[in-house]
Structure formats: C-alpha cells, structure tokens
Ligand binder design. Structure first.
Ligand code: SF4
Ligand code: SF4
Length: 419
C-alpha cells in the first residue's frame, strides 16, 4: 500500500500513539495497523475483515506516528487509502455519514448551525459527563469568550453570525482571503472576525471568496474519497477568483486538508490549479508572525497552548502559534505535560468512538488542570470543543479559545480598532 513500503516494523512510533498508550494493544498501534493495512493491500485480508475494520476505525488519524518514524512512512496516505477501500465494502458509520452529509451541504448546514446557536445559551446548564451532556459541553465551548476580558466588545455586531469586515480592494498591501469552512463559519464566526481584524491590523488587505465549501477533511478521513474530491474541486474553483491572495486558515484541520489538495487532485484535470491553491494556504499564525506581529495592549493571562495534531503533525507548524502568543504583552505561557498528544476529537471520531475518545482526552484534562491556566489556547474547532467539554465535564470552568482571539483582545484594548 502506498506510503507503507519504508516500514521496518521497528516500533519507534508506538509511544507516540495515543490509542496504543490508552489500550496497550499492538493492533491499536501504528505498527499493528500497518500490518493490517499491508494484509489488505496484499489480499491476505478482505475489506470487511473485523479486526482490520475495528482497529482502523479506532485510529484517530492524529499523525503523531509520522514524525516519530525514522524510516519516512507516510501513514496518512495509507490510512486514507485503506479507509476508502473499506468504505466501498462497508458503509461509513451512520453518525459519521450524517455529519459528512450536513457539512457538505449548505442547505442543511445553515439551519443546523442556526439551531445550535439558538441552543447555545442553554448549553452551560445542560453540559456534563453523560453522552448528551458532553455534546452540550462541546456546544458551550463554542461561545465567544470576549466578555471574560473587559466589557468593551471588539466591534459592534448584531450577533455571532454578523458578516465579516468588508473586503479591501487595495492590492498594494499583501492580500489574504479567509477560508470560512463549515463548522467554523457556523459556530466560530467570532474567531473568523478576530482573524480578519488582526490580519488587517498587520497590514493585510482582505478578499472575500464566494462559493467556498467545506474542505472535505471529514470525508477524506472517513473514506468518502469521491466526496472529498468533489469538495476540493469546488474550493479550487472558488479560490481561483483571487489568485494573488494567500489563503488564511484559522482551523488546523482545514489548513492541513487544503495544503493536501495538490496530492489529492494529482490525477484530476484541475491538478495544476489544486497545487497552486495548496501553495497559497497559510495558517493565520504563519501570516502574522512574519509581520511582527504588531504589539498590542497587555492582557495579563496564564495561557496553556495545546497544539492541534493537524497543525503540529500534519502541517509541521510548532513555533508560529507560540511566537504569536508570546508577542502579546502580559501573557504567561504555562507548560502542560500532555501538549503533544491528541485530545481525542479527530473529526467525527468523538461521536463514533466515544469511549476511546474520552479515554484519550482524560490524560490531557488531568495535565491541563494541573497546569492551572486562566485559559487554554488551541487553533482547531474540534479541539476547542473536545477540550472545552472535557474541562466542563470534569468541573472546571477554564475557557478554551483560539490563540488569535487573545491577540484580538490585546489589539482591541490597545485601541487598534477604534475608528
Ligand atoms: S511506522 Fe516507522 S517507526 Fe513505526 S514501526 Fe514502521 S518504521 Fe518503525
Ligand atoms: S494516526 Fe495517531 S492514532 Fe492513528 S496510528 Fe498514528 S499515532 Fe496512532
């Protein structure tokens, strides 16, 4: 199977794997899963083989095993390919399929996200440890926490779903076009606004790209390869309207997927355009750090940074978010022992593999609580929701927010947004 040829079964990757650490089962380790995938590729196992399906379903796709491998195994390529083969023989689990359908269809996504926003004020009451309580904890974690830092709103707005700041037509400054995504657009509009304001404050002009769609990461990770290709083609066409703009992404999972479009569409008529798109994609921290970033007002917070797997392992971005946070006056970074390990969110994994997801999460919650931060910063919506719900379920009201929100608060306090 593509990507697995270099594996020499040394086992160096085992200690990096959250599911292996949680279960101690070799079949839940990268090496064990590689043996299963090689069996599938060689025809020794068929795509409905129960152990194969069971242990590949339990893989988070966190990719912590890739940088741990000295032989250069490309685990992500093999996993996607194996899941795609399995999905042709066995339907993708119902919950994951339902999530994939909704995220890919704006006609379903808009009312669902609207309903979620209406329910959000109740989420604090209903959040807890049970399956339903955890889901409300996830919804609670999507709140705009600006109010915890002073009474002044960052800018007047009607609601979380207010339209973004107007685009600038000035192309004498570097241009950035925001990738809006699905869940980010529906539940994290305040993060998008913070991203756009901080980019503008650091000299970027903004372009608004119409007809964007979900990045397709959830589809690719669950084996719905054809749907992922379809969504990728949609975004390639949409962003072709602004070929001179970098593509700003404030969701690590979406960023990793967009950067992979070149590989994903390598045999497609749009392959050249897909490569060009991938080369323009930047995490927001990658855009701001080279600009300084501009220094705002002190905020006085103890912050624990938790790197999303799809930023740290899939995109190899480790220092830029830390540099961004350290550029904010008054921030004290606090270390926590479980920072490099997955939180157990992994797209729809937290819904389909509830028990293992919660087991993986519990280590992180213990480490974060021990570090006693005022808040946790992480740059991915799934991680914000998973860690936020985990902290709430454990009885801790520690907000989990995107790093860019803290920079935005600092700029607001400094008066950068006063007209
Ligand atoms: S994936 Fe890499 S680290 Fe893991 S067993 Fe294979 S060669 Fe060793
Ligand atoms: S992707 Fe993550 S969960 Fe899956 S085998 Fe690699 S380290 Fe383990």
């Amino acid at each position: 199977m593509n990507g697995l040829e270099p594996c020499v079964h040394c086992g160096f990757c085992l200690q990096s794997c959250p599911t292996y650490l949680a279960t101690g089962d070799e079949a839940d380790s990268p090496r064990g899963r590689i043996v299963l995938m090689q069996g599938l590729a060689r025809g020794n196992l068929n795509a409905t083989d129960p152990p194969l399906v069971y242990h590949l379903d339990r893989c988070l796709g966190c990719l912590a095993c890739e940088p741990a491998c000295p032989s250069g195994v490309s685990y992500r390529v093999a996993l996607e390919s194996a899941r795609s083969i399995i999905a042709r023989s066995r339907p993708v689990p119902l919950i994951a399929r339902a999530v994939n359908v909704v995220m890919a269809d704006r006609r379903l996504l808009k009312p669902l996200m609207g309903s979620a926003r209406l329910l959000r004020p109740l989420a604090g009451i209903l959040a807890g440890e049970s399956r339903l309580g955890f889901a409300f904890g996830m919804l609670r974690a999507t709140r705009n926490r600006r109010s915890m830092h002073g009474p002044r709103p960052a800018q007047p707005k009607k609601s979380d779903s207010s339209p973004p700041v107007p685009p600038s037509a000035d192309h004498s400054t570097p241009c950035a076009a925001l990738f809006t995504g699905c869940i980010m657009d529906g539940l994290f509009a305040h993060v998008h606004l913070a991203t756009q304001r901080t980019l503008q404050a650091n000299g970027y002009s903004l372009a608004r790209v119409q007809r964007q769609v979900c990045c397709g990461a959830l589809h690719a990770h669950t084996g719905e390869h054809d749907k992922a290709l379809q969504l990728a083609r949609g975004n390639v066409a949409a962003f072709a309207a602004h070929p001179d703009c970098l593509i700003a992404v404030d969701s690590a999972g979406c960023g990793a997927m967009l950067k992979d479009y070149g590989r994903l569409l390598r045999n497609d008529p749009l392959s050249a355009e897909a490569n060009a798109l991938s080369e323009r994609v930047r995490d927001v921290s990658e855009l701001l750090v080279p600009q300084g970033p501009r220094v705002g007002q002190a905020v006085g917070l103890r912050v624990a940074y938790d790197p999303p797997c799809h930023l740290l392992h899939a995109q190899g971005i480790s220092t830029a978010p830390l540099e961004l946070l350290r550029s904010i006056p008054g921030i004290k970074m606090v270390h926590h022992a479980d920072a490099a390990t997955c939180c157990g969110s992994a797209g729809s994994y937290s819904l389909t593999e509830l028990q293992l997801s919660r087991t993986v999460l519990s280590q992180k919650i213990t480490a974060l609580v021990a570090a006693e931060p005022d808040l946790v910063a992480t740059g991915n919506p799934g991680c914000i929701m998973q860690i936020g719900a985990g902290l709430t379920a454990a009885g801790h009201d520690i907000p989990v927010i995107h790093p860019i929100e803290i920079l935005d608060w600092s700029y607001d306090l400094a008066g950068f947004y006063d007209s």
